[in-house]
Design a protein around this ligand. Sequence first.
Ligand SMILES: NC(=O)c1ccc[n+]([C@@H]2O[C@H](COP(=O)([O-])OP(=O)(O)OC[C@H]3O[C@@H](n4cnc5c(N)ncnc54)[C@H](OP(=O)(O)O)[C@@H]3O)[C@@H](O)[C@H]2O)c1
Length: 300
Amino acid sequence: MRQLLVTGGTGFIGQALVRHLLERGYQIYVWTRHAQRWQAKNSAQLHYFSDLDSLPEALDLYGVINLAGESLDAKRWNAKQKQILIDSRVKTTEQLTHWLIHRQATLKVWVNGSAVGWYGPQSDQPLDENSAPVESFSHQLCKQWEEAAAKATQCSERLVLVRIGIVLEADGGPLAAMLLPYRLGLGGKLGSGEQVWSWIHRLDLIRLIEWSLEHSNISGPVNAAAPQALPQADFARALAKTLRRPCFAHMPTGIAKLMLGEFAEEILLKGQRAVPSKVNTAGFEFKFPELRAALNAILT
Ligand SMILES: NC(=O)c1ccc[n+]([C@@H]2O[C@H](COP(=O)([O-])OP(=O)(O)OC[C@H]3O[C@@H](n4cnc5c(N)ncnc54)[C@H](OP(=O)(O)O)[C@@H]3O)[C@@H](O)[C@H]2O)c1
């Protein structure tokens, strides 16, 4: 049985990922700050823990999936919160790499979270894994996280950096936050509506992570976004149509910035068109390459 250590395994992506990987026969160790809260779920195949040193000496890890980090929309981005966003990812990653190197672990693969925000806010040009970034906080956050993960090459044969787009499912993440206003008929354009949103159905993200674990030719940055990135206004229309609601509302740039600050400015009002070149070339097949089909599967 292949053993995996997962961080962020209690989150919106992580919980579904853990369920999926358990079904695939992996044995999973979830590193969480709150192991007691999750204790009731412990089984022969699944173990929640908070102290790395409590893990058995005989543990022979196949890989790590590292997703832990303070939520980007938890609070307004002031200097202190930005540092929390960075530290929660970088320090967790450093602590784990340090521990594994000290134990002389030899993993097959380390899959690290990152985001399409690595490219920074860009206009409409397609960005593959070789594209250059634009300076911004979201770039700095992802860059520092990816740099911290680079240390994992000292204890792992491969390092995969999944640059994740907006993850879609109804039970959490950005889509869940949009559902109420859209259901009330208040959905619509944010700012110009021209900013491109790169998104991925959560099931495809989970499949892509599993696929990265199992394909030894995959390493380095991987854009985890569906092939059909699209302008926010089109995203809004597709979501409203799926919910059979109108789509006439418009939140001007100034109001969005006032309400949500820099988070709105970088994540909602600007975007980037990430192209999943590496996985496309290597033969990964998205179950949901198009937004309408993804939304239909989630919401109807
Ligand atoms: N959801 C998206 O659309 C999306 C898009 C791009 C990238 N990502 C990235 O993918 C990762 C997982 O996303 P998610 O949506 O599943 O996030 P989430 O639901 O907020 O879960 C994040 C996990 O990180 C841990 N965590 C939270 N705050 C922390 C802190 N201050 N210090 C250490 N650990 C902390 C939590 O684990 P414990 O409480 O159990 O310790 C939690 O399970 C995140 O790093 C996120 O930035 C997500």
